[in-house]
Design a protein around this ligand. Structure first.
Ligand code: C5P
Length: 318
């Protein structure tokens, strides 16, 4: 083979490689354009779960597998807690209360508080958007305030302040998640989502309801829902695969929010670079705390998975 023959062969090889490269480039370009231009598939209206662009129930099996297993997140007068779930719950923080004492307290609560919490089923005519606001320092300087306030429901957790942080955390609250030790006064229109981690928390409620005296905290008892202890067990076992001692209030609130909303926007979740659950309003008090008894890394991995599967929208701060 002559030298010029070799050169022309090399040249042809090179041009064919360039050709293939250009072809691949075109195909990629077309695909990207196609994805951007083509609206994602939406089922017909009557088959839809809500009126949002994306309803979280329409997004993937990850959510459905876990979601469909629990349909009574709140206590009601006629709920039945299995003894097994009671035993799990009562070991969390209580001093070995008996099952019968639990039944007695719950009966007392619902004598004065007969309301069955309303969990309005999703409807193709409505889009309930929710902002769940955790307490992470990643909110500082985020300017998320208006975006948080823009959602239909704004759900806050524990004793987090808004005053002085409005730009980053917003000003509205429609629902407040708390337990007795983390409680704050609520205005008359805010829904209280009460987490009872122990018997004393349920007894705490009976005091408010029985006496009618608003000692201690103020909140509208007509707008109170008490989270079912079995729900806490469910989240621990099904969502977190039993990692951590029990789920954090924030993670429980997130799964609860998936039950209440059609579209979930999640703010204020995430540890700092040292793995600490630092609050947006205060200096770190205990460097050994990290994420406490909760499996912070597992919870955060689940948040990322939910976000990657477009089930929730996660905002990680700036
Ligand atoms: O600290 P606190 O329990 O009041 O915060 C509410 C929730 O916000 C936590 O239970 C946790 O799920 C979440 N959080 C977080 N990252 C932080 C602080 C709190 O994910 N840095």
């Amino acid at each position: 083979m002559t030298w010029s023959c070799l050169r022309s062969l090399r040249f042809r090889c090179l041009t064919s490689k360039v050709g293939v490269f250009i072809l691949l480039l075109c195909v990629t370009g077309i695909c990207v354009f196609w994805r951007a231009e083509t609206p994602s598939y939406q089922p017909p209206r009557e088959e839809r779960h809500c009126a949002c662009d994306r309803c979280l129930r329409e997004n993937g099996t990850l959510f459905l597998q876990r979601f469909d297993k629990f349909d009574e997140p709140f206590l009601s007068a006629n709920h039945n807690l299995s003894e097994e779930a009671f035993n799990w719950w009562s070991r969390l923080r209580s001093n070995n209360p008996t099952f019968s004492s639990y039944i007695e307290v719950v009966k007392k609560i619902f004598q004065k508080f007969p309301k069955t919490p309303e969990l309005e089923p999703p409807s193709p005519d409505r889009c309930r958007t929710c902002a769940l606001v955790g307490n992470s320092a990643n909110l500082n300087g985020s300017h998320y305030g208006p975006l948080i306030d823009f959602q239909d429901f704004v759900i806050r957790i524990n004793n987090a302040p808004m005053k002085g942080y409005e730009k980053d955390v917003g000003t509205r609250t429609t629902h407040h998640v708390m337990y007795p030790e983390s409680s704050v006064n609520l205005d008359d229109t805010t829904h209280l989502l009460l987490f009872a981690f122990k018997m004393r928390d349920l007894v705490w409620i009976t005091k408010y309801i029985n006496s009618g005296i608003r000692r201690g905290r103020t909140f509208n008892t007509d707008l109170m829902s008490i989270v079912n202890p079995a729900f806490i067990k469910f989240v621990h076992q099904v969502w977190l695969k039993k990692k951590g001692y029990y789920p954090s209030t924030g993670f429980l609130a997130l799964i609860l929010t998936l039950h209440l909303c059609d579209e979930v926007h999640l703010f204020g979740f995430g540890a700092d670079s040292e793995g600490q659950w630092r609050h947006y309003w205060e200096e770190l008090r205990n460097k050994l705390f990290k994420t406490g008894v909760h499996a912070g890394n597992v919870e955060f991995a689940m948040i990322k998975e939910l976000s990657q599967n477009q089930i929730i929208k996660y905002y990680g701060g700036y």
